[in-house]
Design a protein around this ligand. Structure first.
Ligand SMILES: NC(=O)c1ccc[n+]([C@@H]2O[C@H](COP(=O)([O-])OP(=O)(O)OC[C@H]3O[C@@H](n4cnc5c(N)ncnc54)[C@H](OP(=O)(O)O)[C@@H]3O)[C@@H](O)[C@H]2O)c1
Length: 246
């Protein structure tokens, strides 16, 4: 059987890097992307050295349509097919509806939803190809949504709206693309301990936050499902007394 390949966005740190590490250890050849070149190249070369897997870094901004198209094209040129697309790259933003500037709203929606829609479009031919080559496994999409996309959270309106849209997008992709062997899963965590949530660390306590390893574990589980099985959305909540809060 030919080796499996995955494309992971936002893979230079945080959750994306944690997922990339687990996929590399599982033998996936990888395309990794982020905006800043130096941390991305560093992460890619460390992963390649540690696991011996092929890792291709592609610098690009998800807010730029050409960069998103170029990212998919770079994976296709190097690997041909795509077994797993991980839509992880995203941006956080906090502020009440009454005070959120439309510029902020547009940025959040562009990076967290519009780019994901476009990248799915660009990758579908490669995912269908992988599914045709491995029909029992299929082609899979995993999208990092958020618990704020499942239950609204005060102060996270734009972010939550973008993630609710992403959960819906995953459902529709599964409904439309299962016939071609391609399915999508959203993962919806509460606060995970990364750079994105540094502003919450003191308030919540670092030890109460989810770990990137917890999220990566779910992604690995999804990769092991057969093409017959789909989990539309996995909510990962912090232990404690507030199940549906971030
Ligand atoms: N942390 C949480 O509590 C939490 C909870 C639920 C869901 N999530 C979601 O999980 C995903 C990863 O979050 P994280 O906490 O790991 O974030 P993070 O630590 O801030 O890392 C974000 C990653 O995405 C890249 N990135 C950011 N903006 C980008 C852009 N415009 N274009 C291309 N790449 C971009 C970053 O690299 P560059 O800066 O170099 O571009 C970095 O590699 C996000 O979609 C987030 O919304 C996070």
């Amino acid at each position: 059987m030919s080796r499996r390949t995955a494309l992971v966005t936002g893979a230079s740190r945080g959750i994306g890097l944690g997922i990339a590490q687990r996929l590399a250890a599982a033998g996936y050849a990888l395309t990794l992307s982020a905006r800043k070149e130096e941390p991305l190249l560093h992460a890619a070369s460390e992963l390649a050295d540690e696991t011996g897997t092929e890792v291709a870094p592609v610098v690009g901004n998800l807010a730029t349509e050409d960069d998103v198209r170029q990212l998919a094209a770079a994976h296709e040129e190097r690997f041909g097919a795509l077994d797993l697309l991980v839509l992880n790259g995203g941006v956080g933003s906090a502020g009440p509806v009454a005070e959120t500037k439309m510029k902020t709203y547009d940025l959040v929606l562009n990076v967290n939803l519009r780019a994901q829609f476009l990248l799915i479009q660009q990758c579908l031919p490669m995912l269908r190809k992988a599914a045709a080559a491995h029909p029992s496994h299929g082609g899979k999409i995993v999208a990092l949504a958020s618990i704020t996309g499942v239950a609204g959270e005060p102060g996270l309106a734009a972010y939550g709206a973008s993630k609710a849209g992403l959960i819906s997008l995953c459902e529709t992709v599964t409904l439309e693309e299962s016939v071609h062997g391609v399915t999508a899963t959203a993962i919806s965590p509460g606060y995970v301990d990364t750079d994105m949530t540094e502003w919450k660390r003191d308030e919540l306590g670092q030890e109460s936050m989810l770990s990137t390893a917890d999220v990566a574990e779910l992604v690995l589980a999804i990769t092991r499902l057969s093409a017959r099985a789909v989990v539309p959305n996995m909510v990962l909540t912090r232990a404690g007394e507030q199940i549906w809060r971030a």
